[in-house]
Design a protein around this ligand. Structure first.
Ligand SMILES: Cc1cc2nc3c(=O)[nH]c(=O)nc-3n(C[C@H](O)[C@H](O)[C@H](O)COP(=O)(O)OP(=O)(O)OC[C@H]3O[C@@H](n4cnc5c(N)ncnc54)[C@H](O)[C@@H]3O)c2cc1C
Length: 569
């Protein structure tokens, strides 16, 4: 078994992980950094981000930090911590200009300034974009920048299975090196988890297959709480039948939603903002149209509405939304210049995550989390589009700085007891030898169907109880799985089983949190408690691991400027 020593370990190479790595390396060329990803570095989900990144770049045209903060807080249905939001909006522009200096090809206005487009819930067009491939260009720019430094090592296609936390501190982790068919132990003085969200606990999702909530489950099982996990975002425009995202930029550029009567139905739900209302409101509007019979019949129950771009014209679609056209043409043989696109709400974002403070620090002082895996309470009950890539970049930088500070200032030598390493090795080997009756693929399918059906856009007590029971049944059956592949090299049967174990834990926290929150707020819409209840639930949900299931408690929201009001668009 190889045991390697590092100062800082970053798990995850999406926008958050890469930004953290750049920050550390550019500030200190002596610290040793390990960058780990279970897929190749540039295949992290972040390359899929399409529409843009929020930042106040043009105050001369009327935008301001206060406006960006207000939009975020109102969008969050007042569950965002307001100090965190103010901190965020002030750093976003700095980061957009840094990326500009590092070479990102931002789309530009006629006068040469960086262009920005409208996005849902934002009162000012502040989505900074590079065509409709923003995430790809951001990743590429950060990755290029990282090549300037030599004090980092790459661990690609290396799957982390356990964090070693001893005496309240992180000491290292255990990983399965798929490519080289061996196990690794990395000792580290500090860790940044940047492992992304848990989108793939749902079947109909916009997310890449690798987004299985691993970091959430790894931290949770070691006693680091998860926060606000019941708030799952459903994006209004998932392509039917695959779920591939039709970016909100389609509506930012003027796309319209229509039902089977040809009506622009959003005038009944958000007359002022129409198709640019926040995602939770549009997702509910679409589901209401579909459930009341004004949708179109889709395959396997995936009924849909139309996203109509035809009136935008060929030139605009080719210039601003080329990826959308490429995707619809190759996946469903439809040209959006000619015909409307079939769409319905698809799971799209995990608002909750590892419970961290404004610096991205968890209750374990040398364990940080950044990006979608983290819940620093920026997004509250509903994230605004473009605030996520911005969050990844902002807290990539912040956690990079803070992790470096820890290493520079604390005298700490990580030590992992030999027995603990042996135990984890034994656990993974036993996993590979599992020869039970249950198929991991069947269990995964059932888990996802359960989440889609009972923990979706609309929820109620009966459905949520059914979901919790079903998830616990799957958890029991998981003990009796079969892993067919017994080999050490690229054993995807094994990694699928490990991912499923993580997904089960994450799904349980989501469903239990949703059952306990007896109100409707942001993306959490209960049919049996249809109103927001500030008296009892203007609170963050904190979930702690116990072998019997999550223990739920609540924590106050930080309200510094804006008191909650009714949310109208
Ligand atoms: C299709 C799509 C389009 C989007 N467009 C936008 C947009 O325009 N604007 C916006 O603001 N947001 C957008 N989002 C949301 C945004 O893309 C994500 O929230 C963000 O990219 C998450 O980045 P991240 O760095 O947190 O994690 P990710 O990019 O998901 O990276 C996670 C990393 O963790 C690694 N990892 C995970 N588990 C393990 C493990 N067990 N061992 C080792 N490594 C592991 C992975 O290999 C990967 O490297 C979009 C989302 C989708 C689905």
């Amino acid at each position: 078994m190889e045991v390697l020593n590092y100062d800082i370990i970053i798990v995850g190479t999406g926008l958050a992980g890469l930004r953290a790595a750049v920050e550390i390396c550019r500030k200190n060329s002596r610290v040793k950094v390990a960058l780990i990803s279970k897929v190749q570095i540039m295949r992290a989900h972040s390359v899929c981000a399409e529409g843009g990144t929020a930042a106040v770049l043009h105050p001369e045209d009327g935008d301001s930090f206060e406006l960006h903060a207000w939009d975020t807080i109102k969008g969050a249905d007042f569950l965002a911590d307001q100090d965190v939001v103010m901190h965020f909006v002030k750093i976003c522009p700095e980061e957009m200009y840094l990326l500009d200096h590092w070479g990102i090809p931002w789309s530009r206005k006629e006068d040469g300034r960086i262009n920005q487009r409208p996005f849902g819930g934002h009162t000012y067009p502040r989505a900074t974009f590079a065509e409709d491939k923003t995430g790809f260009f951001e990743m590429q720019t950060l990755y290029d920048r990282l090549q300037m430094y030599e004090n980092w090592d790459r661990f690609e296609e290396v799957f982390v299975t356990k964090l070693f936390i001893e005496d309240g501190k992180f000491h290292g982790l255990f990983a399965y090196d798929m490519l080289n068919g061996k196990f690794l132990v990395l000792k580290g003085k500090t860790v940044i988890l940047a492992t992304g969200g848990g989108g793939r606990i749902y079947a109909f999702t916009t997310f890449s297959h690798a987004v299985t909530g691993d970091g959430l489950a790894l931290a949770y099982r070691e006693g680091v709480p998860l926060k606000n996990m019941e708030f799952m975002q459903f994006h209004p425009t998932g392509l039917v039948p695959s779920g591939i995202l039709m970016t909100e930029a389609c509506r930012g550029e003027g796309g319209q939603l229509r039902n089977n009567k040809g009506e622009r139905f959003m005038d009944r739900y958000a007359p002022e903002k129409m198709e640019l209302a926040p995602r939770d409101i549009i997702a509910r509007a679409e589901m209401t149209e579909i459930l009341e019979g004004r949708g179109f019949k889709g395959p396997d129950g995936l009924d849909y509405v139309h996203l109509d771009l035809t009136h935008l014209g060929r030139e605009k679609i080719l210039e601003r939304l080329p990826l959308i056209r490429e995707v619809t043409m190759s996946y469903i043989g439809l040209d959006p210049i000619e015909k409307p696109i079939p769409v319905r709400p698809a799971q799209h974002y995990t608002m909750g995550g590892i419970d961290v403070d404004i610096d991205g620090r968890s209750k374990v002082p040398n364990l940080f989390a950044a990006g979608e895996v983290a819940c620093n309470t920026l997004h509250g009950a509903n994230r605004l589009g473009t605030n996520s890539t911005a969050e990844c970049i902002v807290w990539g930088r912040i956690t990079g700085e803070k992790a470096l500070e820890f290493v520079e200032n604390e005298k700490f030598e990580p030590e992992i007891p030999e027995g603990k390493i042996k135990d984890e090795e034994k656990r993974i080997v036993e996993f590979m030898q599992k020869d039970g009756k249950e198929s991991i693929y069947q269990l995964r399918k059932e888990l996802r169907q359960t989440m889609d059906r009972y923990v979706g856009v609309f929820r109620d007590e009966e459905g949520l109880k059914t979901a919790v029971n079903k998830i616990r049944e799957i958890k029991q059956r998981f003990k009796n799985i079969k892993v067919h592949d017994k080999g050490m090299y690229y054993n995807t049967d094994l990694t699928t089983a490990l991912e499923l174990e993580n997904m089960i834990d994450v799904a349980e926290v989501v469903a239990v949190g949703a059952l306990e929150r007896k109100e409707s707020r942001g993306a959490h819409a209960r049919r049996d408690y249809t109103k927001r209840d500030d008296k009892n639930y203007l609170k963050h949900t904190v979930a702690e691991y116990t072998p019997e299931g999550p223990r739920i408690s609540y924590r106050d929201v930080k309200i510094t400027i804006w008191k909650p009001v009714e949310r109208k668009y």
